[in-house]
Write a protein that binds this ligand. Sequence first.
Ligand code: NOJ
Length: 784
Amino acid sequence: MWSYIQSSLLLLSPFLPSSLIPLSDHHPHQIHYHGPLTDGGIWHEAYERSRDVAKEMTLEEKVNLTTAVTGPCQANSGGVPRLGIPGLCFNDGPAGPRYTDFVTQWPSAFTAAASFDRDLIEERAKRIGKEFRGKGINVELGPVTGGPLGRSPYAGRNWEAFTPDPYLSSTLSFLTVRGMQESGLITCAKHYILYEQEPVCDGPLDGEGGRTGCRDVSSEVDDKTMKELYLPSFAETVRAGTGAVMCSYNKINGTAACESDDALNRIMKDELGFKGFVLSDFGATHSTVESALGGMDMELPGEYFYGQRLLKAIEKGSIPESRLDDMVHRILTSWYASKQHTDYPQVNYQKYDLSDSKEVNGLVFKNEHRDVREDNAIYARKVAAESTVLLKNSGILPIRGIRRIGVFGTDADYPSTLSGCGPDLFCLVGSKRRYWNGTVTIGGGSGAAYADYIAAPIEAITLKARQQGIRVDHVLQDDAAHFGSIGWVAYQSEVCLVFVSLFLVEGWDREHLKLDKGGEELIKQVEKNCAGEVVVMLHAGGQVIVENWIDLPKIGAVLFAGYPGQETGNALVDILWGDINPSAKLPFSMGKSPNDWPKDNIVRDMGKGAYPIAKFTEGLAIDYKWFDKHNFTPRYEFGYGLSYTKFEFSGFDIEERYEKDRDTVQRTNERYEGTRGLYDTLFVARVNITNIGKTPGAEVAQLYMSFPKSEVEQPPKHLRGYAKKYLEVGQMGTVDFPLRKKDLSVWDVKKQLWKIPRGTFTFGVGNSSRELPSKLTIEIDSSY
Ligand code: NOJ
């Protein structure tokens, strides 16, 4: 059974294709490793334990630990059973355990980010963590913490991550790692780093619709942008104590991320002081010696470059044995620190497979179909409702006093099967188009989690309406062939609910910013015919241009529901009927035209060199910072979202107040000017919020900061605080925004450290990045 993996000699793995003979096996020169060897940091005891046990291991056993192969989990590393060290089980992903049953499909990170609710995000993470633990998964291949961050609205995987804003992404990454690891799970922050688009492919599609002829893109970024924009979220995951980090598919200035001495050794392990292990994305390892010396500690999955090849390279002296020891120490330190050695469930599922047992390599695995969901559906529904952004409302919402509702679009319907178009939720239609075949609750690929049911919008709406004696008619179709009946039903409906979507899948960047399946035409057809007003529901994993229809006279309300997971319909009903007052805010900016973004910031051709190159020339100015810097007026700005009530801000103030950082689990080694710690609080801003409307509800107060004018590279403003407050009608509450030294600092490229620029800092507070009624300034002339 499971002992197969624990005792397996992965070095003899049958998975290794004999044609793959990496050049690095014949490396002629001995290269010295100059990355830092771990000392465990705060996990020093765990490190000492791993060092002691590693002393007992043979070379083969050590190598075994560094190499994972495909097994019952997405990848299983080798163990050393005679020393009580099991192999580890690795599985996706960020929105719940993938490839197994009786788990929850949570709203995606990008959706949950719209809640701007720290407590809810941490609760989501804790509950996801417990589900992984219940299945016996040792390492979750997630969360996605800033790779992609969301540089381009065309990137196909932005929905797996939180938001393009580094402050929001940082805080949510920290809370998510902390929450997920609470149950003893080891998280893997990914994809490190500068992974902002999919590879460029110029081959034909293969028989299964897969892309061929693909080459990884090299991301080229300046030092300041790297430190201030792309690195902070990863720094927060290290601070939160993530046990693992996944190196990404892309190259960094020409070097594969998984062999980048600069990214892995110098920045991750030295500057950020990461004490856990770096594992490779699947197929992102391209060498043995370079990867080992570059700082990659484990290959997943397949034993292409580690396993036997690593062993030989060590024996030949191309890699010092101390480096192998370091890999082992890092892996075991994370494992001991998570306390999985004391009490952790055995793997009790079998990826892809719903049968009760299966033979793999002559050994039988049991699939127990353990139900690990507890009462998570309640929370998944809450997260989805709290993350539904109300973009427009004429007053038609919440639904009151009507008798006839019409529901339109395939996106309101059940998916035809739960695993849809295959285990990866990949649906291929036509030559290059992928779409989902019912309501879109999550994207495809490794960010997908499996649902055991979908509370389809049509189900939830019908049940709710029935309780109130409302008639529901529906045409759950999108195409013009049904426009006749769509028009007819709309003509009889007092409220027309139109469902449109955008399904995104790993491996595919977007070619446009429109809806799938002619969504615009569907909206227009319903709008033209509806007897009353139209409410549009957007299920989308990213940017959608809405200009062609949003101002049509009968478009009464628009909701951006993202990828809400299995509780989609229930959460939507909570919002539509006002049982939950919407309070979510856009965690990205919605533009008006594709010309609102830097041109071609997804590289789509191979270029003239050895690999395609993406130059991050926009520097720090992505998303709202780009719009602000270049004076584009977005349709809906970052941080925007309506409520059924109104709020007023008052008493905005900032005081100098020192508070020592108490959150950090693992300290980073980031260099900075002055004496206060980088994560210590120096100032606290504060504002009162009053609910001046007629309905109880929550508001997200947002604090934005502008650096002194001397900082010419800085975009006009940066989010530097947010707080959600629930208030009864007429109630006033106060929220605090702690400002840490790092929040006030810039990366000094010359001195290679963080420093607070001297001069006037301007702060604005309000309920979106463009609605900041209260402003004030402070002068800073100290390095603190
Ligand atoms: C590739 C994806 O990039 C990564 O996020 C995922 O963990 C692995 N595949 C395994 O599914």
